[in-house]
Design a protein around this ligand. Sequence first.
Ligand code: IPM
Ligand code: MN
Length: 353
Amino acid sequence: MSAKYSIAVIGGDGTGPEVVREGIKVLEVTAEKFNFDLDFNHYDIGGERYLKTGEILPDSVLEDLRKHDAIYLGAIGHPSVAPGILEKGILLRMRFELDQYVNLRPVKLYPNVETPIKDKSLEDIDFVVVRENTEGFYVGSGGFFKKDTPDEVAIQESINTRKGVERLLRYSFDLARNRGSRKKLTLCGKTNVLTYAWDLWMRTFKELSSEYPDVETDYAHVDAICMWFVKNPEWFDVIATDNMFGDIITDLGAMIQGGMGIAAGGNINPDGVSMFEPIGGSAPKYTGKNVINPLACILAGSIMLDTLGQTEAARAIEASVSETLSRDIKRLEAGQMGHGTAEVGDLVCNKIA
Ligand code: IPM
Ligand code: MN
């Protein structure tokens, strides 16, 4: 009997549903070819629903999501909704409640994609950031004291647990061991200033490294890593970091790989339900115009299949995206691809079938 996976789909806002449509097209062709079944259930979550009904992510939907093998997300973010409501209420809530403690963000330069970094080629830009996804500043620990008075105090705390740090680092060591021949793990932190949090991270890192003698270890401060991403991206293989630093350095990573049109990631709970998404936003001004680039969302589908254990199928999608980029796509920006959104989806599908 062939494997069967149930996928919860949240198209979300703006161009989210359009890119997800192409992603599903590609996933269906791939499943057919590699002989497994995908069953998609669509959930109407996002800015429109919130504006109509006041619901953000109803508990009943969250409970439903738990019953799936994975979640495939387009984009969340609506121009008529104040910033923070949907991001916190949907995206961050899913990450936390489903305990998706790994935010996996590959930074890879594909053929024929322009990087702003002079003299760097495909071999030079190919690494993965493993961002902790359930702790740090994102926990929302803190508060106000004497709010709205001249003596106001605002406290925002970064929470780092031994368990949370250790499981993230273990995932990172395993990835470095299995990803390729370089087997190098760089810890990205701020040990010179944040001496409690990063002491815990560093101690744990050193302890675990003795279990992985085959993995080369390295450390870089977060500010310095921003410099090295631009100057020497070829130094990196796998990078482990906390939630806040990971948020920041992966935007920089997305830029050196050619922009948000190509950057994808996974919010992974290795023992639970994971969620896969293009990193870019909902790009509301392009909604319904068939101009948005679906490749990041298609690549998120590839990461999803890889996580589900369909490694060959995942590689086939990536290879097809790679070939489509080298042969058919002019530029990554919306409206400049030389094809519409749906046609780019077809081009990727054709090469797989
Ligand atoms: C990301 C986003 C989110 C984050 C926002 C939308 C809450 O920037 O996925 O990187 O900060 O994690
Ligand atoms: Mn971000």
